[in-house]
Each structure stands twice: as C-alpha cells, then as structure tokens.
Design a protein around this ligand. Structure first.
Ligand code: MG
Length: 300
C-alpha cells in the first residue's frame, strides 16, 4: 500500500495527505466495472473471468456475490432513475436491471450485426447511453464466449433515449475502452487499449467534442499518452480532472492534460469510480482486489 505521489501543486487540492489506500476485498481474477449506489450505500463491481458481480456494503464492509452467473459483466453505470446499466461480454449486449429486478436488453446489434462485447458505459444527462465495444469479451473463452466479430470493427455507440436506436458515434479507435464525459458534457474522453492487438500502438485517451445536437462526436485532440501500461477505465471529478487507471497506478490529470499525481496500487488497475454519500471516496478495481481511498474532491 502506498500513498499519493504529487507531481503538480494543484494536486494538493485533490489528495488528503494522511489518507491511506485501503484494500477492501481480494480474491477476484479480474476486477472491473465499479458503480456506487448512494441509496443503499453499496458498490457493485465485476469479477469478469469468474462470471460474477460482487457487492461491497459500505455500512459494514462486507462483500458478497450479487449475481452469478451474469453473462460476464464488464462495465457498469447507473442511469438517471438509479437503475443498473451493464456491459455484458457473453450476452454481447448492454442491459438494464429494472426496479422489479427483470433484465432488459438495450442494445445487442448495430446495423443488423451482433455487437462484439460491450466494455464500458456512461449515461448522459439527456438519458442517452454511450458505450464502447472492443473485442476483449470474444477474443477468448476467458471473459466470455470466443467468437468472430460480425461488425469487424470496435466502435463507440450511442443508444437514443427516445427511440432505442443504436448509432456509431466514434469509429476511429482501435480498441475503445473506458469513456467519460466532462462535467459540462461538452467533451467525451475515450481510452484506446489497441496495443493489445497492434504492437507499439500508443495507449491513449482522446478528447472528442460533442456536437450541438448532443448526439454525435468529433475528434478534438489527443488528451494523454500512457507512459507505461494502458489506460482502461476512468472517471471525471466535479472540477473536470480525470482519474484514470494507468498500468499499475491511478493517474490524475488536469483538464489541460497536466499529470497532477499518481497513486501506485501494485497491480494492474482496470477501473475507478467515485462513491460514498459525499462522492469523495475513490473506489479502485485492481486485478484481484477492490481498493478505496478518500480524496478532497467529489466526482460523478
Ligand atoms: Mg474496460
């Protein structure tokens, strides 16, 4: 366990000097997809190879299995009504758990072709759902069912809240993975982990400008390049700073791209999310374990 490493003075407004990284649970094969539910003070996350969704109860620190089997969930988020939105590798779908507990498939095809394996998902304030669709869930039987991509590409898609239509909004990434909007939703950040399939490809986060209609995106600029390992999932805090997995660390970037600080975790980090009643506790999915640390800022 290590503390934060400050690279830029602005970091002091984000990190609590004496806050310690806590390991809340260990025993997973690959942890990813954390999502916090303030109404119940619990966090769900995926243990993808074990085909289960785990549940951390913040009131007493206990951990239990929330759902198994689960179609090898990966990324999760909440929608505007507080319902769980899931990326299913084996289901090759984005689904929603309704208030009565039933499952609704929101997207499993684009242009008549089956999706690859939805990876990570965010909900915009207009209710639209944006998700990435790389091939990790169909590359082998480890995290889903091995299959050939019908689409033949890995895109970012948007589900229209009114019609349910699925449209491809970003098609220039090799393996789009984590994604998150800026606080004003003017930008969408997208990580590309394509080096897993294209040796030497830089591991990046790219910023896309959301068009005036709120429904499409245009590439704006390269936001950051990972010096070691890959960026997978990330979240944005209320000031627009990006808290991202970066190899075996969490990196914090200012909105201008400055690397503000590093939190070493000691194993590969897949994803993070803010939680707690004040949204000031950063939950971190490392490969085998769930971690958390309190920070000075709140995030979505
Ligand atoms: Mg991911």
């Amino acid at each position: 366990m290590h503390d934060m490493i400050v690279h830029d003075p602005r970091c002091n407004a984000l990190f609590i000097g004496h806050a310690k990284l806590e390991r809340l649970y260990t025993g997973c094969r690959w942890s990813e997809g954390p999502v916090y539910f303030p109404a119940g003070r619990y966090l769900l996350w995926s243990d993808i190879p074990n085909d289960r969704v785990m549940r951390f109860d913040e009131t007493d620190g206990s951990v239990s299995v929330f759902m198994s089997p689960c179609n090898h969930h990966n990324g999760h988020t909440r929608d505007r009504e507080g319902r769980l939105i899931s990326c299913e590798h084996r289901g090759r779908a984005v689904s929603r758990i309704e208030h009565d507990g039933s499952r609704t498939v929101l997207a499993d095809r684009w242009n008549g072709k089956q999706l690859n394996a939805p990876n990570d998902v965010v909900v915009k304030s207009d209710g639209s759902i944006w998700f990435t669709d790389p091939t990790y869930g169909i590359d082998s039987d480890y995290e889903g069912d091995k299959a050939v991509s019908e689409i033949g590409a890995s895109n970012v898609y948007r589900i229209d809240p009114a019609t349910g239509d699925v449209s491809a909004v970003i098609t220039d990434r090799v393996k789009p993975n984590g994604l998150a909007f800026s606080p004003d939703e003017a930008l969408l950040y997208v990580a590309d982990t394509g080096r897993s399939h294209v040796p030497g490809l830089p591991a990046t986060i790219t910023a896309y400008q959301i068009d005036a209609d709120g429904q499409s995106a245009a590439r704006l600029r390269l936001f950051a390049t990972c010096p070691e390992g890959l960026y997978d999932g990330f979240r944005v805090d209320d000031e627009g700073n990006i808290w991202t997995s970066a190899g075996t660390n969490v990196f914090v970037y200012a909105p201008d791209g400055t690397h503000l600080g590093t939190l070493p975790i000691g194993e590969i980090v897949a994803n993070v999310c803010f939680g707690g009643p004040k949204r000031n506790r950063l939950f971190i999915c490392g490969q085998t374990s769930l971690y958390a640390i309190y920070v000075k800022i709140s995030g979505k």
